[in-house]
Structure formats: C-alpha cells, structure tokens
Design a protein around this ligand. Structure first.
Ligand code: DP6
Length: 361
C-alpha cells in the first residue's frame, strides 16, 4: 500500500447528519524502540511492541453535520467528563495532517469524549491509545459513508491515520506484537502503518506480563516530539538506527525460537540505548530517577539469584515496565510487591499483560 491508497475521494455526506462511534484502544510497550523520525511521521528505524491489555483509552466520537459549510475544524474535547481545551491543539494538528485522507472531517462538528483506564499524568503515555482510538472512530465514520471498506483496509488505514497523530499509535490497533517501519526481513512491513508480527510466536511469549511501576508521575521533561527531534544531528544517530535494524532481525528470531535469555538482553539494551540517546543529545536529559535505578538493580539481583527471566524496559520517562513470562508470575509478583512497589510513587503500579488490540463498544 502506498500513501495514495489512503486518499478518500467523492464521499457524499448528505445522508449522514449525526451519530457517534466508540472505540477502546490499548497502549503498547516497545521492545525495539522508535526514536527519531522525519516528516510526515516516518520512523528512522523499525520498531516492534507488545500491545497491552488493561492500559487503554475509551473514546466516543459524536458528529453533527455543519449547517454552514466551512473548511475549519470544529472540535470539542471532553476528557474524563470535563471540557478540556488542553488536548485541542494536538487534535487540531492531527486533523490538519489527516484531512487529505478523510476529507469528510471538514463537514462535521465533533465532540470527542475520552478517558483513560490508567491515572491521568501517571507518566504513562496516552498518545498511543488516545490517537489510535480517535483514528478508529474516524474510520468507523468513513465506513459508514463508504460501506465497501474492507476489514483489512479499515485496520491499515486506522493505523496509518493514528501514525499521523502519534508515531507509536500506529502500533495500537491490533495485538499481540506489532511491527512498524520497513524492514527487509519482515515482509509487508511499512513506514506508513503497523502490521501484525506475521511469524508464529513461541509459547514463552504468550500472555507475557508487563507490570508498570509508577516511579515518577511528574510532567514529562521532554515531550516525545522534542525527543525525536534531538536525533537530527545527534552524533550517534546513524549507529543507533543501524543497531535497531539488527535488533529487529534478532528479536524476530527470538520471538519464534523462545530464547528468553536473548530476549532479556536485547530488550534491556534497547531501553538503556533509548536513554543513552537522551543522555548524549544536545541539550541532554536524564529521565530516570534514583528509584528507576534502584528498581533496575533489584531486578538484576533477583534475576541472578533466582535464574528468573524477568527484565525491564523504559519509555521516555522514569517509570519501569517489568516484563516476565506467564509461568513465572507467582514468584515475580511476590518479588515485585515486596521489593519494587515500595520504590514507586505512592506505591502505585499497574499489572498488565499482552493484549489483542482495539475493540469497538
Ligand atoms: C520512547 O509515538 O510518543 O515511547 O510520534 O512524536 O507522537 P510522536 O512520538 P511517540 O514516541 C514514542 C517513543 C517511545 C518508544 C516507542 O514507543 O517506540
């Protein structure tokens, strides 16, 4: 599929005056990280993520045909049952980017009602789940206007649109493992949208757990857009993109052969490399907090002592995602509660696991 295949032409909105669509869309956690992009939201390297199950956004999109036609966007955002103007600029920018592909959006006034399953400003990025939920609602509207849309096209275009809202959102439409960004060893992979990891996934990675430790709920020091920009002219950018390419080849084999030891090494190295990129950019940032490091040390100690396959990954923040196989859940959960939860802000954590993707409600 090329960019042109997503341009919708000749839609007649006359018969559809008002209505609403609702989607629940999950967050995701990258194993090989997306960090660095070019216009329009094209990743510098391929990334792969586990889709999550419990961390999600519920969005209802209400639409009302405009009485007087206009080219501007009329959007009202209601976040957690309160009118919220804070998200409006990002959504307006999103609508500007996607109007070429869903031109009918100028013909309606919109009310977007949205809420997250995880606490607001928990440091958990809501852009992936939020933008993908909104993209799916818009695709439901497109399908209503053009019923010939196939299920495959629906999902691909939802991911394509979500990407234009937030890169990682392209990976939040389906489960359980999603690849975004072209890679020569992954057939059908694309910079434009995410695809399901197409090889059979080893039993070891089924129902994989992700317990998210909320170490610091403060406002992000560096927005992801600023962070991605720091990769332009970064002294180690090219090496990083090459490394990610190799890591995709490696993880593709690991996910099929079930080598947990290799998985642990690769995933932790990816997380630390992401932070190393921020430590060495201009300006530089330290996003880990002292408890992030304490948690990492505790995880390493526990792993050495018990031969567990527990490991961690990080996003662009201080929170720690603790990953472990289903069969270790009893002993790892006990360890998390005893040794890691006391290091979280207000003892807050979320027990999540791999999920199957978005659903309409
Ligand atoms: C560190 O998708 O939030 O979570 O495209 O600017 O919205 P934008 O960036 P975003 O970046 C996420 C970066 C990351 C790694 C990842 O999820 O792959």
């Amino acid at each position: 599929m090329t960019e042109k295949d997503f341009i919708l032409k000749n839609t007649n909105t006359n018969s559809l005056k008002t209505g609403s669509f609702s989607w629940q869309s999950p967050s995701n956690i990258a194993l090989v990280k997306y960090w660095g992009k070019s216009e329009p939201q094209i990743p510098k390297n391929t990334s792969i993520s586990f889709t999550l199950n419990k961390c999600h956004t519920n969005t209802t999109l209400e639409f009302f045909k405009k009485e007087i036609p206009s080219d501007d966007f009329n959007i009202k955002v209601i976040f957690e049952n309160k009118v919220n103007d804070e998200f409006k600029p990002k959504i307006e920018q999103f609508f500007k980017r996607i109007v070429k592909y869903v031109p009918f959006i100028t013909e309606y006034n919109f009310v977007i009602k949205t809420q997250n399953s995880f606490p607001h400003s928990s440091g958990i990025a809501s852009s992936a789940s939020g933008m993908s939920a909104l993209a799916l609602c818009l695709m439901s509207l497109e399908k209503k206007l053009n019923p010939s849309v196939t299920e495959k096209y629906f999902k691909q275009k939802a991911s394509f649109l979500a990407r234009l809202g937030s890169g990682s959102a392209a990976r939040s439409i389906e489960g359980e493992l999603i690849v975004w960004g072209e890679h020569q060893e992954i057939p059908n992979s694309s910079d434009l949208y995410g695809i399901k990891f197409l090889y059979p996934i080893h039993e070891n990675f089924k129902n994989y757990h992700d317990t998210i430790l909320l170490v610091d709920k403060g406002e992000k020091q560096v927005s992801s857009t600023v962070g991605h920009d720091l990769m332009h002219g970064h002294p180690f950018a090219q090496q990083r993109f090459e490394q990610a390419k190799k890591n995709i080849s490696a993880i593709s084999k690991i996910l099929q052969n079930g080598n947990l030891e290799a998985f642990v090494k690769l995933v932790e190295s990816e997380a630390l490399t992401l932070h190393a990129m921020m430590l060495t950019s201009d300006p530089y940032f330290i996003l880990m907090k002292s408890n992030t490091l304490k948690i990492i040390e505790n995880i390493w100690e526990f792993r050495n002592k018990t031969k567990s396959n527990i490991c961690f990954t990080l996003d662009a923040g201080a929170n720690v995602h603790v990953l472990f196989p289903e069969r270790e859940k009893k002993k790892v959960n006990a360890f998390i509660i005893r040794d890691l939860v006391p290091l979280c802000q207000n003892n807050q954590y979320i027990c999540d696991k791999v999920g199957l993707g978005a659903r309409q409600f």
